[in-house]
Design a protein around this ligand. Sequence first.
Ligand SMILES: NC(=O)c1ccc[n+]([C@@H]2O[C@H](COP(=O)([O-])OP(=O)(O)OC[C@H]3O[C@@H](n4cnc5c(N)ncnc54)[C@H](OP(=O)(O)O)[C@@H]3O)[C@@H](O)[C@H]2O)c1
Length: 258
Amino acid sequence: MQYRQLGATGLRVSLIGLGTVKFGRNEALQYTAPPTLPSTRALTELLATARDQGINMIDTAPAYGSSEERLGELLAGQRDAWVVCTKVGESFESGVSAFDFSPEQARRSVLRSLQRLRTDRLDVVLVHSDGNDVDIIEHHGTLQALAQLKSEGLIRAFGMSHKTVAGGMRAASDCDVVMATLNVDQQAELVTIEQARTRRCGVLIKKALDSGRAAGDATRRSRSLQFVAAVPGVSCIVVGTTDPDHLREDVAALTRAP
Ligand SMILES: NC(=O)c1ccc[n+]([C@@H]2O[C@H](COP(=O)([O-])OP(=O)(O)OC[C@H]3O[C@@H](n4cnc5c(N)ncnc54)[C@H](OP(=O)(O)O)[C@@H]3O)[C@@H](O)[C@H]2O)c1
């Protein structure tokens, strides 16, 4: 496994990370088919495989249903082996997303994530954007609330999982970490990633396999992962799989990379 610095955070992350949407949520998602929630046993095996493969980065969110709570249970006794990323701003209950980017809710959300994840600190906390990135950055005070939580030692780094290039450019200048969409068919964020690189802002990649659409065919999958890994500035590719064999294949695709 290759490891990279997450910008200037001091965190060293594996090139492949594990995304956990499917750990706790199986509705209103962009996958081609609705996933089935995995058993605790299956997730225990998945995390053991991830660690065997050298993966140390794990990404969750309050909006991923029961993902944080399940991770809290699964990570017991191995918290220090992981760089844990979660989010604020979106929640998902009874099949519906709700957004609140206020500073007060950001603090409440972080305290709730600490409790759910059964930990005393969060390594990375991102604003989970609803698409109005610039408005959130300029008018809601969410990033300032996260900066305050960082100064209190509850979180180590903060940033934004953005949805627009304009928002990504702002976040890459103002934050420790951004989470950007990048795959062979979606390259608009290359400019954001370059901005992040010059600012020493860490870059997590989401949807490198186009939420599964680039995953079925081995050649296309490898090409997509290798393309993303080769972009200067990319710190970690967060892959959203619940299948240990798929995770091994994804890691192998990068081990074979030139
Ligand atoms: N903040 C945000 O707004 C946001 C949005 C989207 C995603 N994310 C984060 O980014 C992560 C990744 O995004 P994503 O899950 O949408 O997309 P992704 O990583 O591009 O694709 C995941 C899909 O690819 C499949 N897959 C992976 N490896 C495979 C393999 N070797 N063979 C066959 N299928 C394979 C997975 O199915 P199997 O489970 O069957 O392997 C899953 O359905 C998420 O889990 C989440 O942590 C964040």
